[in-house]
Design a protein around this ligand. Structure first.
Ligand SMILES: NC(=O)c1ccc[n+]([C@@H]2O[C@H](COP(=O)([O-])OP(=O)(O)OC[C@H]3O[C@@H](n4cnc5c(N)ncnc54)[C@H](OP(=O)(O)O)[C@@H]3O)[C@@H](O)[C@H]2O)c1
Length: 245
């Protein structure tokens, strides 16, 4: 999929929500979606980062994005409901969601894993992805062809010691992806897949591997072809798949 060459109008007239759009992979993908014609809803917790990306997208003459500051750690059921209603009201449909925001949490043996940190990781990585999906489904159902992408990890496909809540949360994302893909396969035009981006030069990777030389890693921009392919109509028959960038 590294060789996928997205046509520049791949996402023209589509509206796509990207969570964790302010930094790292989410930022690069949100910008690429805008570059390929989408109106992107930039959801993230640090407003200044979202504003910076907004300015970059507008300066590049891509479709004007929407900033939606939201801390997934503390968002209430009502916050998710309001977002779903607003998207439907403002755009009449939603063509895609990239669930990208995530919290790494501590690396620790399960026996010593702090309760509070476990809950926080699950809240951001699993519960918020569920709530976003649930409340945005009416808008996704109103689109002619919609794509939902969950973000996984190698430790979300094969368990690894000390990766604790993060690994388990990524397994849960794979589970949510499979359940939803199966539910929607026969009855809707919504496809649901997951991406493991692989080791990528971001702040999260630096937190996980502080001693690593970041220059040996691929950049978020290197990961774009698969993110574009899965969001555009060329992948309209692909659902229920766990893919690696
Ligand atoms: N980088 C890798 O090597 C790698 C490998 C496998 C999987 N992944 C996955 O790829 C995705 C992107 O990771 P990344 O490496 O790009 O990490 P990153 O640079 O740390 O970006 C994560 C984004 O998620 C946002 N976020 C975190 N907590 C949030 C919250 N409570 N509410 C709203 N937004 C929140 C962050 O917001 P702030 O900017 O405000 O902090 C940030 O924009 C994640 O799902 C990660 O698990 C990454």
């Amino acid at each position: 999929m590294e060789s996928y060459n997205a046509p520049i109008d791949l996402l023209k007239d589509k509206t796509i929500l990207v969570s964790g759009a302010g930094d790292g992979i989410g930022k690069a993908v949100a910008k690429a979606y805008a570059q390929h014609g989408a109106t992107v809803i930039l959801l993230g917790r640090t407003t200044s980062k979202l504003e910076e990306l907004y300015d970059e997208i507008v300066a590049a003459n891509y479709p004007e994005p929407i900033i939606h500051p939201m801390d997934l750690q503390h968002a209430s059921e009502q916050d998710f409901k309001v977002l779903g209603e607003n998207v439907l009201e403002q755009f009449g449909k939603l063509d895609g969601i990239l669930h990208n925001a995530a919290r790494l949490g501590p690396r620790s043996p399960i026996q010593f894993f702090p309760y509070e940190e476990w809950m926080q990781v699950m809240q951001v990585n699993v519960n918020a992805a569920f709530a976003l999906t649930k409340e945005l489904l009416p808008a996704l159902q109103a689109a002619p062809s919609a794509s939902v992408i969950f973000t996984s990890s190698s430790v979300g496909r094969k368990g690894r010691a000390y990766w604790g809540a993060y690994a388990v949360s990524k397994f849960a994302n794979e589970g949510l992806m499979q359940v939803l893909a199966d539910e929607l396969r026969q009855t809707s035009q919504i496809r649901v897949n997951s991406i493991d981006p692989g080791a990528t030069r971001t702040n999260m990777r630096k937190d996980a591997y502080p001693a690593e030389d970041p220059n040996v890693l691929s950049t978020p921009e290197d990961r774009l072809p698969l993110y574009l392919y899965l969001m555009g109509n060329d992948s309209s028959e692909v659902t229920g798949q766990a893919l690696k960038a």
